[in-house]
Design a protein around this ligand. Structure first.
Ligand code: URA
Ligand code: CA
Length: 442
């Protein structure tokens, strides 16, 4: 087989055979094919698409391009994956709650890049926390505690590493077959048997419209089902940060506050909904009502917070942060951003807010940049809220007065007000299962 004939076929819009797909995926994993030919093929796939059979073959070839874990965790390993949000700490809320209900959460996470936060960066704001664990170590933790959140080993789906870094620089990220195969190959290789996907829709999401987000969710559910996984996808809104806290230690604090019963709101609501889907997909609960009921009881009894403590301790972190959030890193400058005029908060540019946090030091501009775990901000208003001149819109946690001043302008630039009352942002749009689409009205 030669790469030129594969390129020629995809350029002409033909479906590639399993052999052709296996050939270029191996070439990506072992770097035997040069980047320029892979990049050309990615663009041909982006422009001419792939059918369901090709997407399934691509996903499996990528999954098998490295190690395939067969986790021994004393139950059905369940994973949740979000396609990238701002102020989105659902993992830290739902993993301990699902574990407290008897689920086995094996979560492999990534770093934040660009405007979205990464769960690993958030966890590392906890003193001592280790996220690079051996396969044996994290399986032991999942078996005994019920949840572990770790970094993905480089031995899993190495073809994705090559292809994803090329997509990033060739404008080929927004391709349904390429997104589906990238995300699911990693989940399959990590041994997840039950998978809950949180597909974001709205400004800054992978797919620009609700229709395209639902199409992406349906494609992922179809491939997961085909591969024998229990899989569902939730399409959720990203009109504004999900939680009120944006920044690494701040988001850990918010997750602890929710688990301790001190905080309510959309982050809690979406976490419980996703957690219920995880209990259902892993067969731990039989109905959505039962699943939600058990999760709420784990929250009210403190069992969820106890699980987070156990997970942090098992991963070498200082679990006392769960009892005293003041032990988390703190920024030196607190600065209130006030409304300059009155009205209703009608629109929030979530991407711009994520980038504002990144510029404060909460995220990276380059992969090798260090981050400041303490900085970020707490939004005091949500879309739909009425605002009077001088009201605090947001509290900045900055490294310096200069950074606070700069961020104030960025935050104000990301918010738009109207004189007329504005509706609240929608949180949950649809639940996609192998059986079909259910509209959610939240
Ligand atoms: N996240 C991934 O891991 N892959 C994609 O293609 C998009 C988001
Ligand atoms: Ca996230």
């Amino acid at each position: 087989m030669d790469i030129l004939s594969v390129l020629e076929n995809k350029k002409r819009g033909k479906a590639l055979s399993a052999e052709e797909i296996g050939f270029f995926v191996r070439g990506a994993a072992d770097h035997s094919l040069p980047d320029y030919q892979l990049a050309a093929l990615l663009m041909a796939i982006r422009l001419n698409g792939m059918d369901a059979r090709e997407t399934a073959d691509l996903t499996m070839a990528m999954a098998y391009s490295g190690d395939m874990l067969i986790p021994d965790v004393g139950g059905v390993p369940v994973d949740k994956h979000s396609t990238g949000g701002v102020g989105d700490t659902t993992t830290l809320v739902l993993a301990p709650l699902v574990a407290a209900c008897g689920g086995k959460v094996l979560k492999m996470s990534g770093r934040g890049l660009g405007h979205t936060g990464g769960t690993l960066d958030k966890l590392e704001s906890i003193p001592g926390m280790r996220i690079a664990l051996s396969e044996k170590e994290f399986q032991d933790i999942v078996r005994t505690v019920g949840c572990a959140v770790v970094s993905q080993s480089a031995q899993l789906a190495p073809a994705d590493k090559t292809l994803y870094s090329l997509r990033d620089v060739t404008a080929t990220v927004d391709s349904i077959p390429l997104i589906v195969s990238s995300i699911l190959s990693k989940k399959f290789a990590a041994g997840a048997k039950a998978i809950v996907l949180d597909v974001k829709t709205g400004s800054g999401a992978l797919m620009p419209t609700l229709e395209a987000s639902i199409e992406l969710a349906q494609a992922m559910v179809a491939i997961g089902d085909h591969a024998g996984r229990r899989i569902v996808a939730v399409v959720s809104g990203m009109e504004e940060p999900l939680g009120s806290h944006v920044g690494n230690a701040l988001e850990v604090k918010e997750a602890i506050d929710i688990l301790a019963g001190r905080a309510q709101g959309p982050l809690k609501k979406v976490s419980l909904f996703l957690g219920a889907q995880m209990l259902l997909a892993s067969g731990v609960a039989d109905t959505e009502e039962e699943a939600l009921d058990r999760l709420n009881r784990a929250l009210d009894s403190g069992a969820g917070l106890q699980k987070l403590k156990e997970m942090i301790a098992a991963q070498g972190g200082d679990s006392r942060v769960c009892d005293d959030v003041n032990l988390l890193p703190k920024a030196p400058v607190l600065y209130p951003v006030r409304a300059r005029e009155g009205g209703f908060l009608a629109h929030v540019n979530g991407t711009a807010l994520g980038l504002a946090a990144q510029r404060m030091g909460a995220g990276r501009v380059r992969k090798e940049d260090a981050i400041d775990p303490a900085v970020g901000f707490v939004m005091e208003k949500r879309i739909g809220d009425e605002v009077k001149p001088g009201d605090v819109l947001c509290t900045l946690h900055a490294a310096s007065a200069e950074s606070a001043k700069e961020t104030e302008e960025r935050v104000l630039g990301a918010l738009a007000f109207t004189k007329e009352p504005a509706p609240k942002a929608r949180l949950l749009y649809a639940l996609i299962t192998p059986q079909g689409v259910r509209n959610l009205h939240e």
